[in-house]
Design a protein around this ligand. Sequence first.
Ligand SMILES: [Zn+2]
Length: 257
Amino acid sequence: MAGADRLKRLLALKHTDDEALTKARRIHRTAIATSPHVKSANFEAIAPADLARLFALYDAEFFGGLIEAMLREDRAFPIGFRLSSRMTNAGGKTSRTRSRAPGSLARYEIAISTLLLFQTFSDIDRPVEVVGLICVDRLEALQRVFEHELLHLAEFLATDVSNCKGPLFQTLARSIFGHKAVVHNLVTPREIAATNHAIRIGDQVAFDFDGQTHVGRVNRITQRATVLVEDPTGPLFSNGGRYKTFYIPLPMLRKPG
Ligand SMILES: [Zn+2]
Protein backbone atom coordinates (compact mmCIF):
# COMPACT_ATOMS: atom_id res chain seq x y z
CA MET A 1 0.00 0.00 0.00
CA ALA A 2 1.61 3.25 -1.15
CA GLY A 3 1.57 6.33 1.06
CA ALA A 4 -1.13 7.97 -1.06
CA ASP A 5 -3.42 4.93 -0.69
CA ARG A 6 -2.85 4.85 3.05
CA LEU A 7 -3.73 8.50 3.30
CA LYS A 8 -6.86 7.99 1.21
CA ARG A 9 -7.99 5.16 3.49
CA LEU A 10 -7.33 7.25 6.61
CA LEU A 11 -9.26 10.20 5.17
CA ALA A 12 -12.18 7.87 4.36
CA LEU A 13 -12.58 6.98 8.07
CA LYS A 14 -15.40 9.23 9.20
CA HIS A 15 -17.40 8.98 12.41
CA THR A 16 -20.02 11.38 13.71
CA ASP A 17 -19.45 12.69 17.25
CA ASP A 18 -22.12 10.25 18.47
CA GLU A 19 -20.53 7.27 16.71
CA ALA A 20 -17.09 8.18 18.10
CA LEU A 21 -18.58 8.51 21.60
CA THR A 22 -20.33 5.12 21.38
CA LYS A 23 -17.15 3.40 20.17
CA ALA A 24 -15.01 5.06 22.86
CA ARG A 25 -17.52 4.06 25.59
CA ARG A 26 -17.42 0.47 24.38
CA ILE A 27 -13.61 0.51 24.66
CA HIS A 28 -13.90 2.10 28.13
CA ARG A 29 -16.12 -0.79 29.32
CA THR A 30 -13.98 -3.49 27.68
CA ALA A 31 -10.75 -2.04 29.10
CA ILE A 32 -12.10 -2.27 32.66
CA ALA A 33 -13.60 -5.72 32.11
CA THR A 34 -10.43 -7.26 30.66
CA SER A 35 -7.46 -5.57 32.38
CA PRO A 36 -5.87 -7.02 35.51
CA HIS A 37 -4.74 -3.48 36.47
CA VAL A 38 -7.30 -1.02 35.13
CA LYS A 39 -10.07 -2.15 37.45
CA SER A 40 -12.14 1.04 37.53
CA ALA A 41 -12.63 4.30 35.65
CA ASN A 42 -10.26 6.01 38.08
CA PHE A 43 -7.75 3.17 38.03
CA GLU A 44 -4.80 3.18 40.43
CA ALA A 45 -2.46 0.99 38.36
CA ILE A 46 -1.68 0.39 34.72
CA ALA A 47 0.90 -1.62 32.75
CA PRO A 48 2.29 -1.35 29.20
CA ALA A 49 0.20 -4.44 28.33
CA ASP A 50 -2.89 -2.29 28.94
CA LEU A 51 -1.71 0.12 26.24
CA ALA A 52 -1.19 -2.81 23.86
CA ARG A 53 -4.76 -3.93 24.64
CA LEU A 54 -6.08 -0.39 24.04
CA PHE A 55 -4.23 -0.32 20.74
CA ALA A 56 -5.98 -3.51 19.55
CA LEU A 57 -9.40 -2.23 20.67
CA TYR A 58 -8.91 1.13 18.96
CA ASP A 59 -7.55 -0.33 15.76
CA ALA A 60 -10.60 -2.60 15.51
CA GLU A 61 -13.25 0.00 16.50
CA PHE A 62 -11.99 3.10 14.74
CA PHE A 63 -9.58 2.00 12.00
CA GLY A 64 -10.97 -1.35 10.81
CA GLY A 65 -7.53 -2.90 11.41
CA LEU A 66 -5.78 -0.43 9.10
CA ILE A 67 -3.06 0.59 11.56
CA GLU A 68 -1.94 -2.97 12.25
CA ALA A 69 -2.07 -3.73 8.50
CA MET A 70 0.20 -0.74 7.72
CA LEU A 71 2.59 -1.70 10.54
CA ARG A 72 2.78 -5.32 9.38
CA GLU A 73 3.41 -4.20 5.82
CA ASP A 74 6.33 -2.11 7.12
CA ARG A 75 7.48 -4.99 9.36
CA ALA A 76 7.06 -2.65 12.31
CA PHE A 77 4.41 -4.64 14.22
CA PRO A 78 4.15 -4.82 17.18
CA ILE A 79 5.14 -1.32 18.32
CA GLY A 80 6.57 -0.44 21.75
CA PHE A 81 4.45 0.90 24.59
CA ARG A 82 5.92 2.75 27.55
CA LEU A 83 4.58 4.39 30.70
CA SER A 84 6.54 7.44 31.83
CA SER A 85 6.59 8.87 35.32
CA ARG A 86 8.91 11.67 34.12
CA MET A 87 6.88 13.36 31.38
CA THR A 88 5.76 16.53 33.18
CA ASN A 89 4.10 18.45 30.30
CA ALA A 90 3.15 16.15 27.42
CA GLY A 91 0.38 13.63 28.08
CA GLY A 92 1.83 11.29 25.48
CA LYS A 93 4.57 10.98 22.90
CA THR A 94 4.79 8.92 19.73
CA SER A 95 8.25 8.40 18.35
CA ARG A 96 9.55 6.94 15.13
CA THR A 97 13.17 5.85 15.01
CA ARG A 98 15.20 4.42 12.20
CA SER A 99 18.86 3.45 12.44
CA ARG A 100 21.28 4.86 9.87
CA ALA A 101 21.97 1.45 8.31
CA PRO A 102 20.65 1.34 4.72
CA GLY A 103 17.35 -0.53 4.38
CA SER A 104 16.74 -0.53 8.14
CA LEU A 105 13.14 -0.50 9.30
CA ALA A 106 11.35 2.23 11.23
CA ARG A 107 10.36 1.43 14.83
CA TYR A 108 7.51 3.09 16.68
CA GLU A 109 6.81 3.68 20.33
CA ILE A 110 3.90 5.31 22.17
CA ALA A 111 4.71 6.66 25.64
CA ILE A 112 2.01 7.84 28.05
CA SER A 113 2.62 10.10 31.06
CA THR A 114 1.43 8.25 34.14
CA LEU A 115 2.71 11.20 36.16
CA LEU A 116 0.02 13.48 34.67
CA LEU A 117 -2.70 10.80 34.59
CA PHE A 118 -2.30 9.91 38.27
CA GLN A 119 -2.09 13.54 39.37
CA THR A 120 -5.36 14.21 37.53
CA PHE A 121 -8.62 13.05 39.15
CA SER A 122 -6.73 13.02 42.42
CA ASP A 123 -6.92 15.84 44.98
CA ILE A 124 -7.23 18.82 42.62
CA ASP A 125 -10.90 19.07 41.64
CA ARG A 126 -11.61 21.05 38.45
CA PRO A 127 -12.92 20.30 34.96
CA VAL A 128 -10.43 18.29 32.90
CA GLU A 129 -10.29 18.77 29.15
CA VAL A 130 -8.19 16.71 26.76
CA VAL A 131 -8.21 17.40 22.99
CA GLY A 132 -11.07 19.83 23.58
CA LEU A 133 -13.36 17.24 25.20
CA ILE A 134 -14.37 17.14 28.87
CA CYS A 135 -13.19 13.96 30.59
CA VAL A 136 -15.01 12.72 33.68
CA ASP A 137 -12.54 10.06 34.81
CA ARG A 138 -8.90 8.97 34.47
CA LEU A 139 -9.62 6.29 31.87
CA GLU A 140 -11.40 8.81 29.64
CA ALA A 141 -8.38 11.12 29.91
CA LEU A 142 -6.06 8.24 29.00
CA GLN A 143 -8.28 7.37 26.01
CA ARG A 144 -8.22 10.94 24.68
CA VAL A 145 -4.40 11.10 25.02
CA PHE A 146 -4.06 7.65 23.44
CA GLU A 147 -6.33 8.62 20.52
CA HIS A 148 -4.13 11.67 19.89
CA GLU A 149 -1.02 9.46 19.85
CA LEU A 150 -2.68 6.93 17.50
CA LEU A 151 -3.27 9.77 15.05
CA HIS A 152 0.45 10.61 15.19
CA LEU A 153 1.21 6.94 14.47
CA ALA A 154 -1.27 6.79 11.58
CA GLU A 155 0.11 10.00 10.09
CA PHE A 156 3.69 8.71 10.37
CA LEU A 157 2.68 5.49 8.59
CA ALA A 158 0.98 7.33 5.74
CA THR A 159 3.27 10.33 5.24
CA ASP A 160 6.56 9.60 7.10
CA VAL A 161 6.10 12.75 9.21
CA SER A 162 3.58 13.87 11.82
CA ASN A 163 2.64 17.23 13.26
CA CYS A 164 -0.45 17.82 15.36
CA LYS A 165 -0.37 21.55 14.54
CA GLY A 166 -0.76 20.72 10.84
CA PRO A 167 -4.05 20.72 8.89
CA LEU A 168 -3.92 17.01 7.92
CA PHE A 169 -3.58 15.88 11.54
CA GLN A 170 -6.42 18.14 12.63
CA THR A 171 -8.70 16.93 9.83
CA LEU A 172 -8.10 13.30 10.83
CA ALA A 173 -8.55 14.13 14.52
CA ARG A 174 -11.94 15.70 13.83
CA SER A 175 -13.26 13.11 11.40
CA ILE A 176 -12.04 9.93 13.13
CA PHE A 177 -12.41 10.85 16.82
CA GLY A 178 -14.38 14.12 16.94
CA HIS A 179 -11.50 15.92 18.68
CA LYS A 180 -11.91 19.69 18.97
CA ALA A 181 -8.31 20.59 19.87
CA VAL A 182 -4.80 19.16 20.22
CA VAL A 183 -4.06 20.25 23.80
CA HIS A 184 -4.80 19.01 27.34
CA ASN A 185 -5.20 20.61 30.75
CA LEU A 186 -4.17 17.59 32.83
CA VAL A 187 -2.86 18.47 36.29
CA THR A 188 0.90 19.17 36.08
CA PRO A 189 3.52 19.19 38.86
CA ARG A 190 3.61 23.00 38.54
CA GLU A 191 -0.10 23.23 39.27
CA ILE A 192 0.21 20.89 42.28
CA ALA A 193 3.11 22.98 43.61
CA ALA A 194 1.14 26.20 43.25
CA THR A 195 -2.20 24.85 44.54
CA ASN A 196 -1.19 22.45 47.30
CA HIS A 197 2.11 23.95 48.44
CA ALA A 198 1.77 27.62 47.35
CA ILE A 199 5.17 27.34 45.63
CA ARG A 200 5.90 28.89 42.26
CA ILE A 201 8.97 29.20 40.07
CA GLY A 202 11.05 32.19 41.23
CA ASP A 203 9.87 31.96 44.88
CA GLN A 204 12.36 32.34 47.72
CA VAL A 205 12.22 29.18 49.83
CA ALA A 206 13.94 27.71 52.87
CA PHE A 207 14.62 24.04 53.60
CA ASP A 208 16.73 21.87 55.87
CA PHE A 209 19.34 19.63 54.35
CA ASP A 210 22.14 17.72 56.16
CA GLY A 211 21.24 19.45 59.43
CA GLN A 212 21.58 22.93 57.93
CA THR A 213 18.97 25.48 56.85
CA HIS A 214 19.39 26.71 53.27
CA VAL A 215 17.62 29.59 51.54
CA GLY A 216 17.35 29.71 47.75
CA ARG A 217 15.15 30.31 44.75
CA VAL A 218 12.89 27.79 42.98
CA ASN A 219 14.21 27.30 39.46
CA ARG A 220 12.20 24.35 38.15
CA ILE A 221 9.36 22.12 39.32
CA THR A 222 8.98 18.49 38.27
CA GLN A 223 8.23 15.82 40.87
CA ARG A 224 10.58 17.84 43.10
CA ALA A 225 11.57 21.48 43.09
CA THR A 226 14.98 22.48 41.82
CA VAL A 227 16.28 25.12 44.25
CA LEU A 228 19.39 27.21 43.56
CA VAL A 229 21.21 28.27 46.72
CA GLU A 230 23.92 30.93 46.49
CA ASP A 231 27.25 29.36 47.37
CA PRO A 232 30.76 30.68 46.55
CA THR A 233 31.97 27.08 46.04
CA GLY A 234 29.15 26.25 43.59
CA PRO A 235 29.41 26.30 39.79
CA LEU A 236 29.15 29.60 37.91
CA PHE A 237 25.74 30.34 36.35
CA SER A 238 25.01 32.54 33.33
CA ASN A 239 23.82 35.39 35.58
CA GLY A 240 27.34 35.61 37.09
CA GLY A 241 26.34 34.05 40.42
CA ARG A 242 27.56 30.79 41.94
CA TYR A 243 24.90 28.36 43.13
CA LYS A 244 24.52 24.87 44.44
CA THR A 245 21.57 22.94 43.07
CA PHE A 246 19.24 21.00 45.38
CA TYR A 247 16.33 18.72 44.40
CA ILE A 248 13.87 18.99 47.25
CA PRO A 249 10.45 17.33 47.69
CA LEU A 250 7.80 20.08 47.74
CA PRO A 251 6.49 19.36 51.29
CA MET A 252 9.99 20.11 52.64
CA LEU A 253 9.99 23.69 51.36
CA ARG A 254 8.82 26.66 53.44
CA LYS A 255 8.86 30.44 53.18
CA PRO A 256 12.10 31.81 54.64
CA GLY A 257 11.29 33.30 58.05
ZN1 LIG B 1 0.61 15.85 19.28
